[in-house]
Design a protein around this ligand. Structure first.
Ligand SMILES: CC(C)(COP(=O)(O)OP(=O)(O)OC[C@H]1O[C@@H](n2cnc3c(N)ncnc32)[C@H](O)[C@@H]1OP(=O)(O)O)[C@@H](O)C(=O)NCCC(=O)NCCS
Length: 183
């Protein structure tokens, strides 16, 4: 399989179950399951949230609609966006799918005038940390005990940030045409 066989698209309500299961297995394992299908469905329907999926083409997946190889969820504020979840199936990692998902979201964030994208990840997740560094994020703070796992076990989180533009109002570049511009 090559990255060319993968397409990125907006998630649809029928994807909520598969996304929820991927979050449980690849992101939230050992932490308790918060992003189950109903919560993912709310995110898909929320106007301030983008949920995207990376799908194999139906042909290479061998079924009528492409299997989901990865997904990501981002919430938009006025100036800040929060990357909530991002995962790629283990069988499809290191093929550039995570990069494509994240670049899609970063481009959307830029278009929406977002100044910075924030995220938290489990402090022990060295692979993801390296991935985000490769994608231009840097570490800001370590938050001990941020995640509460099964049996009350706590786990630290690392916050990371990617700056897209200087904070503050977006420069207003459009101006009405002047009458002397008319030919
Ligand atoms: C983190 C994750 C999303 C990366 O997805 P991916 O599709 O494998 O990443 P890509 O192939 O696009 O990698 C892009 C670059 O990031 C870096 N990178 C990615 N995974 C890495 C790893 N495990 N170790 C070191 N560097 C890594 C590399 O520089 C890579 O480029 P290269 O393959 O040309 O060297 C994936 O490993 C994953 O789903 N992990 C489990 C879930 C998770 O931790 N999510 C993040 C927290 S919410």
């Amino acid at each position: 399989m090559t990255p060319r066989a993968i397409a990125i698209r907006l998630a649809e309500p029928r994807d909520a179950q598969a996304i929820g299961l991927m979050s449980r297995d690849f992101i939230e394992a050992g932490l308790g399951w918060k992003y189950d299908a109903p919560r993912v469905l709310r995110a898909i329907r929320d106007r301030e949230t983008l949920v995207v999926v990376a799908c194999e083409s139906a042909k290479s997946a061998g079924d009528s609609r492409g299997a989901i190889a990865g997904f990501a969820v981002i919430e938009f504020g006025d100036e800040r966006a929060h990357l909530v979840l991002l995962a790629v199936r283990p069988s499809h990692r290191r093929l550039g799918i995570g990069r494509r998902l994240l670049e899609w979201l970063l481009e959307s964030a830029r278009t929406a005038g977002i100044a910075s994208v924030h995220l938290e990840l489990r402090a022990v997740n060295e692979g993801a940390r390296r991935f985000y560094r490769a994608m231009g994020f840097f570490e800001t703070v370590l938050v001990p005990g941020y995640y509460r796992g099964a049996e009350g076990r706590k786990e630290g989180a690392l916050r990371m940030l990617r700056v897209l533009r200087a904070p503050g109002p977006v420069p207003y570049t459009w101006h009405p045409p002047r009458t002397e511009d008319k030919t």
